[in-house]
Design a protein around this ligand. Structure first.
Ligand SMILES: Cc1ncc(CN)c(N)n1
Length: 221
C-alpha cells in the first residue's frame, strides 16, 4: 500500500541518510559499550552549545504556530518543548560538572557552528511554519531514535551513560516526537507542492547536519 503521510514516505525514501543519522557509529559505540568517554565528554560540551542555540529556533517556531497554525494545541506542544529545553539546559550543567567538563571554556567546532548558523537562518519569518515544524520533528527524532536504540534489547550501554540515553530515549520523549510528526504530517497534507518540496529538502539538510554533529565525537570533522 502506498504511504500517504509525508514523513514516513520521506524516511523510507531517504532511508540511507536517516539510518546514518539514527544509527551513527558514535551512538552505536554507546550501545555496544565500546564508547571512549573522552568522545562522550566532547559530545556533551558541544551539545550544550547546540541546545542553547536551539532555544531561539523553537521560540521562533512558537511564534509561527501562534500566527499560522490551524490548531491551537500546536502552541501548547511547542511550549512544552521549550519547557523541556529549560530542563535540558539544567541537566547539561549538572552532567558537565559530573564529568568535569567546563562548559564556559567549550569552543564550538566547525560542524556545530555551521549547524547553529543554519538554525539561526531558519528562525527567519520567511521560513513557513510547516517547513519549520518539519525541521523541529527531524531534529528531535534523530536524538529520540538514536538514544532509544542505546536502551533497547541487547544494548550494553555503560551504566554512566544510561541517564543520558534515558533523557531522549524514554517513552515520553518518543510520544512527544510522534506528536510533532503528526503536526508536520497534518500541515504537509494541506500544503501546496512548493512547501512540501521545501520541507523535504529541510529534512535532508537536518539529517546531514546531525550526521556531521555526531562525526565530531568520532574526530571525523
Ligand atoms: C545536535 C542535536 N540534535 C538534536 C538534539 C535534541 N534536542 C540535540 N540536543 N542536539
Amino acid at each position: 500500500m502506498e504511504e500517504k503521510l509525508m514523513i514516513p514516505k520521506w524516511v523510507n525514501k531517504h532511508n540511507e541518510l536517516y539510518t546514518a543519522a539514527t544509527r551513527h557509529p558514535f551512538t552505536l559505540s554507546i550501545r555496544d559499550g565500546s564508547v571512549v568517554f573522552s568522545a562522550f565528554k566532547l559530545w556533551l560540551g558541544q551539545d550544550y552549545i547546540f541546545v542553547r542555540a536551539f532555544v531561539p529556533f523553537v521560540a521562533s517556531l512558537l511564534l509561527k504556530a501562534w500566527k499560522e497554525s490551524d490548531d491551537d494545541s500546536d502552541v501548547e506542544v511547542i511550549l512544552g518543548g521549550i519547557a523541556a529545553l529549560n530542563d535540558e539546559i539544567s541537566w547539561f550543567k549538572r552532567e558537565a560538572s559530573k564529568w568535569s567538563v567546563s562548559l564556559s571554556s567549550i569552543v564550538p567546532q566547525k560542524a556545530n557552528l555551521e549547524y547553529c548558523r543554519f538554525l539561526e537562518s531558519i528562525t527567519s519569518p520567511e521560513v513557513e511554519y510547516t517547513v519549520a515544524v518539519t525541521a523541529f520533528w527531524a531534529i528531535e527524532a534523530v536524538y529520540q531514535e538514536s538514544y532509544a536504540h542505546c536502551l533497547s534489547d541487547g544494548a550494553k550501554t555503560p551504566e554512566e551513560l544510561k541517564e543520558t540515553c534515558q533523557r531522549w530515549g524514554n517513552d515520553g520523549f518518543g510520544q512527544y516526537c510522534h506528536t510533532l510528526q503528526n503536526i508536520a504530517n497534518r500541515r504537509l497534507e494541506k500544503s501546496p507542492e512548493d512547501i512540501v518540496l521545501k520541507a523535504e529538502a529541510m529534512v535532508i539538510r537536518v539529517l546531514e547536519y546531525e550526521v556531521e554533529f555526531w562525526n565530531m565525537s568520532r574526530g571525523e570533522t
